[in-house]
Each structure stands twice: as C-alpha cells, then as structure tokens.
Design a protein around this ligand. Structure first.
Ligand code: AMP
Length: 189
C-alpha cells in the first residue's frame, strides 16, 4: 500500500492537486473536510454535531475526526493506498493514524507539504472568497482557519520530520509545474 499525506495551510492548493493525483496514482482520496461537509449536507447526527464548529473555522475534536477517518479507510479494504488530505491536523491525529495503519501492517510513506507563504495565501484567499459557497471561506472564519493551522497543525511537521518522512514542495507557481514536482517525489514510492 502507498499512503501519503498532502499537507498545507488553507489555500495551499491541496484540493486542486489532490484531483490530479487521484487520476495519476489511482489511490483513494480521503479529505476529512469533504467528509464533514457531506455529513452536514446529509444532516447526519455527526453533521449536526460538527456544523457549528466548522462554520466557525475551528478544528473538530480529535476523537470525532479520527473515528470518522478510520471508518472511511475501513470502507476501502481493496485500496492500493490512500491520499490523506486535511488529515492529520494535530499531533494526536498523526499519532493515531500511525497506530491505525500499523495495525494493518501499513504506514505513511511520505508527507508532502505544499509550501506557500503568508502573503500568497492572503492573496489566494481574497480570490477564493469571490468564488466560494463555503460558509467557512469568509474573511474572519478563514482567518480563524489559518490561525488554527499556525497554532495547532504546523506541529505535525516536526512529527513527520523526526521520522524522515517530510518533503516540502513549493506551492507557488503554475498548477502543472507544482503537480510535476509532486509526482517527482511520489514516483520514488
Ligand atoms: P478543509 O476542507 O480541509 O479545509 O476542512 C474544513 C473544516 O473541517 C476545517 O476548518 C475543520 O473545521 C474541519 N476539519 C477538516 N479536517 C479536520 C481535521 N483533520 N481535524 C479537525 N477538523 C477538521
């Protein structure tokens, strides 16, 4: 199994690149943000539980997120591997993912961090607000999501660095150029 994590702050281009990576590597793409949004749309009990937090730009508690992620992985026993997008976002989630994959004799092969500086992020976010229909993409909520990233999620990077699994890819430039760089890393696995 090839499992990897696509990592980066809101606006880094994870969604765009994930689509292209799915086509190329035929792995199962799991975006915890997409899963939560589907629960909210379907008004499931989980959706009702998390909708206010998500609308406010806060992280959903680890326990809930980890349980949902594990359930999704277990729905795909035949998968050649997984692209984790938007997960893990805390060190506790990263540790839980390692433990979970280990129980399946598997692991994370590599974590690719899309590197985008704050100035570029702010620019992209301003653009995205014009096009979005996401309640959490409006200025103050988006700022909160970026704050959550820099207060909680960045700590996931040293976690993977210590395992020598972190690879940084410049997330600024043409979509196809960035994709080519991602493929260069992933083709090694
Ligand atoms: P995203 O689409 O990845 O930007 O996620 C949208 C929102 O879903 C986030 O702002 C969080 O509220 C929630 N969310 C998604 N993934 C996670 C996660 N791994 N841990 C906690 N909350 C998450």
């Amino acid at each position: 199994m090839l499992n990897f994590v696509l990592f980066g702050p809101p606006g880094a281009g994870k969604g765009t690149q994930s689509q292209k990576l799915i086509d190329r590597y035929q792995l199962i793409h799991i975006s915890t943000g997409d899963l939560f949004r589907a629960h909210i749309t379907n008004q499931s009990p989980l959706g009702k539980q998390v909708s206010a937090l998500i609308a406010d730009g806060q992280l959903v508690p680890d326990e809930i997120t980890i349980a949902m992620l594990e359930e999704e992985v277990d729905k795909n026993p035949e998968a050649k591997g997984f692209i984790f997008d938007g997960f893990p976002r805390t060190v506790a989630q990263a540790a839980a993912l390692d433990e979970f994959l280990e129980s399946k004799d598997s692991s994370i092969a590599v974590v690719i961090a899309l590197d985008v500086d704050q100035v570029e992020l702010t620019k992209r976010i301003a653009e995205r607000q014009k096009l979005t229909n996401r309640v959490d993409d409006h200025a103050d909520k988006l700022q909160k999501r970026i704050d959550e990233y820099f207060s909680k999620t960045v700590h996931v990077l040293p976690y993977y660095e210590a395992q020598d699994k972190l690879r940084k890819v410049n997330g600024i430039g043409q979509i196809d150029e960035i994709f080519a760089e991602l493929c260069e890393v992933l083709d090694k696995y």
